[in-house]
Ligand binder design. Structure first.
Ligand code: ZN
Length: 282
């Protein structure tokens, strides 16, 4: 139903789960169902299609068991993303409990293995977007320079059509995660700091998706609680400034705002669309 629902809301891109994200066991998607989905999406013109990976995946885990299970589940995610014709798989790179340097190596090792496509000589059609995490701005997985380091170690960002090499197609910027990790997106200065860092460490085209969320919690609080657009601590001005910034001019926006009332999505969408009527100037 995702394509129909997106069309009803006037959306031009979607993010979905390909299975229950809290379940380790993942059934195959029947061929007819996948074919129907691909056809519906083609007719609707909705693109790109983002799949969000399971929350159970932790490529940074120090436990060999969890790490291996995470690689297995991520491989499954890539298979399903290809089956339904997704463009990108959005991945939280991992959560770090202990030594950061060690965790970094685990993530790099896992992504290299996924890139080799275990059990098959073929190539993945979709690529992975690494999402910035809601931690400490100086932490490896919350900073864009940290994510750039991972990407560099696995062979850079995959260029469309390239054979072999990296499985990562770019970055997903989550505005709530960036804010609570210390990038103050409520101010022009904070936004400039963020875009400068991204530009310097990975180039402006690395960002392929923005998760546009307001934040219930303060800047640098390290607490990840998404809020309705304009109702949180980043606020309307901060988010409006971001979506109109030249660095994000052609980047798809996906809302991950709370869904408690039936009109929550339409309300948030209306607020974001209004941001483009009277854009801030740079
Ligand atoms: Zn997100």
């Amino acid at each position: 139903m995702s394509v129909e629902r997106a069309e009803r809301l006037g959306c031009t891109t979607i993010q979905i789960f390909s299975h229950s994200p809290r379940n380790r066991h993942v059934e195959d998607i029947p061929y007819e169902e996948a074919a129907r989905f691909i056809e519906l999406r083609k007719v609707s013109g909705i693109a790109p299609l983002f799949v969000h990976a399971s929350y159970l995946i932790n490529l940074a885990s120090a436990s060999d068991d969890v790490w291996e299970k995470s690689i297995t589940l991520l491989t499954r995610e890539m298979e399903l993303a290809d089956v339904i014709g997704a463009d990108y798989l959005v991945l939280h790179p991992g959560s770090v409990a202990s030594g950061q340097g060690e965790a970094y190596g685990r993530i790099i090792g896992a992504l290299k293995r996924i890139g080799q496509r275990p059990g098959s000589g073929g190539q993945w059609k979709s690529t992975i977007l690494l999402e910035n995490m809601a931690g400490d701005k100086d932490g490896l997985l919350s900073s864009f320079s940290g994510l750039a380091g991972i990407i560099e170690q696995i062979g850079g960002i995959k260029t469309p059509g390239a054979i072999g090499g990296s499985v990562v197609g770019g970055i997903c910027l989550d505005t709530c995660h960036a804010f609570v990790s210390g990038y103050d997106l409520s101010t022009a200065h904070g936004l400039a700091e963020l875009t400068d860092e991204i530009g310097a460490c990975m180039g402006p085209t690395a960002v392929r998706l923005v998760h546009l969320n307001d934040s219930k919690k303060e800047c640098a609080s390290k607490v990840d609680r998404h809020e309705h657009i304009g109702a949180g601590k980043i606020g309307e001005t901060g988010l409006k400034r971001l979506v109109n910034h030249p660095a994000f001019a052609d980047i798809p926006l996906i809302l991950e705002t709370p869904k408690k009332e039936p009109d929550d999505d339409s309300g948030n969408l209306a607020r974001v669309r209004a941001f483009f009527n009277h854009p801030l100037l740079y």
